[in-house]
Design a protein around this ligand. Structure first.
Ligand code: MLC
Ligand code: AMP
Length: 515
């Protein structure tokens, strides 16, 4: 049954500080935004979208730089029942074309710089607005004009929704075929936010230093979700920049980041225990945190990083404890309401302590399914409702989960996923290329970095730079391999399958010295 209580915004609102004058965002240099700003601006925008005829369930595609106004836009979508569809700002034309065609948004919000591109791509889309990093652009301007002309009034009643109403659509590329839209409901996001607030002890006194991008689960649903569901505040940075993080750390109580954030901080000569004496918690996730980084951080600051594990399809599944032992190299125990199990290739549950198998999860946090891909959804869920994560894991005698690898062919570079299949498909189309294999190898900054191993018709005619340049025109730059090597042939097993493990071993040290 429809109820406003199913709306994630309402769940957040219940935790807002009594005084709406409390600061929600402290962007530095005296630039502050209150909970009242969040309420008023999101109401205005939700009202405006409704006046344009946008209906619950309509998708709103957003590719803009990080700004407080981005947050008002997200909240407006929640309030109006619109489906928030954020995109990595690094995506290029071909990637954007796909997402727009697949998501069929009713409105697109982009940066002014990208307006000409989106004008082309958005043919047939009802509304196209701009929003720039300083909050200017046609979106809020049109909204204000509508108020001035008396077309809309201030105030908006957050919409009643079905319990499973869609809140967000996030795409992940696939190990096969086309990228999949991951459908996250208000219920999924609410369940996870409330569990994380408890698990990590968030209160309205917390100030979370936010340096993550806002178009992924980590920065948006985990970090911002914890703050909004506890009435806390955000110490806001436009992106991760070591100098700015060092400057703002003394203003914060909690920090969240991917492992690269921690390795970069440890390399900063001025990073010290004194700088973080007011912090109560450092959280890491999205990629494996090396025990070496965990130990170095403890030695440098006295703080024990809390590592957790999640994915876009499921939000957060496991976490090391707030109180109790945080074991390096593990991702902790299942969060309340989340079931995890390890199974063999036939789906048989492996009960033995330490047995390695495929990790499956179940809970209110697990997504509704893939957008318009019922077969793919059915393939990834078991008959008893568990989702196959594609991660390999083991569980120790205390119940701590260790992610030991992946059954999916995926590289995680600086917390961003790269699907070799997608890169290989582009390389293989380049004239002079016979075939290619993209692998992930150790990278000193990003954890893993992509390397392309290419068989060319004639090595003299193709240079590594040609391949890199070509890839940069059609793929987000972070997906472009850091190195290209040419080989006469790819190693194959008896079945003819490329042996990526052999390539990973052969090129294991290739990126070690890269910066
Ligand atoms: C940037 N570059 C990368 C990269 N980030 N290359 C590989 N991997 C990355 N992660 C490349 C750029 O394309 C560019 O290449 C060059 O590095 C400089 O770009 P930059 O933008 O100046 O880089 P920088 O600001 O230093 O960014 C690095 C970073 C950023 C680590 C700060 O990638 C980041 O914020 N990562 C976090 C991602 C995240 O939020 N993941 C969570 C996903 S949610 P060129 O060739 O143009 O010079 C999820 C679920 C869960 O996974 O469990 O949380
Ligand atoms: P994404 O699709 O971007 O949500 O990435 C999810 C994937 O990131 C998971 O399936 C894991 O492979 C990986 N991941 C997330 N957190 C961790 C972690 N703490 N340790 C190891 N891998 C992680």
């Amino acid at each position: 049954m429809k109820s406003v209580e199913n709306n994630l915004y309402r769940i957040f609102e219940r935790h807002f500080p009594e005084s709406r004058e409390a600061v929600l965002i402290d962007a530095g240099g005296g630039e502050r935004y209150t909970y009242d700003d969040a309420e008023t601006q999101s109401a205005l925008l939700a009202q405006y979208f409704t006046s344009l005829g946008l209906e619950p369930g309509d998708r709103i595609t957003v590719q803009v730089e990080k700004s407080p106004q981005f947050l008002w836009l997200y909240l407006a979508c929640l309030r109006a029942g619109l489906v928030f569809h954020p995109l990595n700002t690094a995506y290029q034309r071909a990637e954007l074309e796909y997402f727009i065609a697949d998501a069929e948004p009713a409105a697109i919000i982009c940066d002014t710089k990208k307006l000409p591109l989106f004008t082309e791509l958005a043919a047939g889309i009802r509304h196209l607005f701009t929003l720039d990093s300083d909050g200017t652009g046609s979106l809020f301007q049109s909204c204000r004009d509508s108020v001035r002309e008396g077309q809309i009034a201030h105030g908006f009643s957050t919409r009643a929704l079905e319990p499973d109403a869609l809140a967000a659509l996030l795409y992940s590329s696939g190990t096969t075929g086309r990228p999949k839209g991951i459908m996250l409901s208000h219920r999924n996001l609410a369940a996870n936010a409330e569990v994380l607030v408890q698990a990590w002890g968030f209160t309205s006194a917390d100030r979370l230093l936010h340096a993550l991008p806002v178009f992924h689960v980590h920065g948006l649903f985990v970090a911002i979700g914890c703050v909004l569901a506890s009435g806390a505040s955000l110490v806001w940075l436009p992106k991760f920049d070591v100098a700015q993080v060092l400057e703002r750390l003394p203003d914060a109580t909690v920090f969240m980041g991917v492992p690269t954030f921690y390795t970069r901080l440890l390399q900063a000569p001025t990073f010290s225990a004194g700088l973080v004496s007011g912090m109560r918690l450092f959280i890491s996730g999205s990629a494996p945190l090396l025990a070496e980084t965990f130990n170095a951080f403890k030695a440098c600051t006295g703080h024990v990083i809390l590592e957790r594990y999640g994915m876009t399809e499921t939000n957060m599944n496991t976490s090391n404890p707030l109180r109790g032992e945080r074991k390096p190299g593990t991702v902790g125990m299942p969060l309340p309401g989340v079931e995890v199990r390890v199974v063999d290739e036939n789906g048989k549950v492996l009960g033995d302590v330490g047995a390695v198998g495929n990790l499956q999860v179940k809970g209110k946090n697990v997504f509704r399914g893939y957008w318009r891909m019922p077969e793919k959804t059915a393939e990834d869920f078991t008959g008893d409702g568990f989702f196959n994560t594609g991660d390999k894991a083991s569980i120790d005698s205390d119940g701590y989960v260790t992610i030991v690898g992946r059954s999916k062919d995926m590289i995680i570079s600086g917390g961003l996923n790269i699907y070799p299949k997608e890169i290989e498909a582009v390389i293989d189309k380049i004239d002079g290329v016979v075939e290619s294999a993209v692998i992930g190898v150790e990278h000193p900054d990003f954890g893993e970095g992509a390397v392309a191993v290419v068989v060319a018709q004639s090595a003299e005619k193709l240079a590594a730079d040609d391949i890199i340049t070509r890839l940069k025109t059609s793929l987000a730059a972070f997906k472009v391999p850091k190195k290209v090597v040419f080989v006469d042939e790819l190693p194959r097993n008896a079945m003819g399958k490329v042996q990526k493990n052999v390539l990973r071993q052969r090129y294991a040290g290739l990126l070690k010295l890269i910066q």
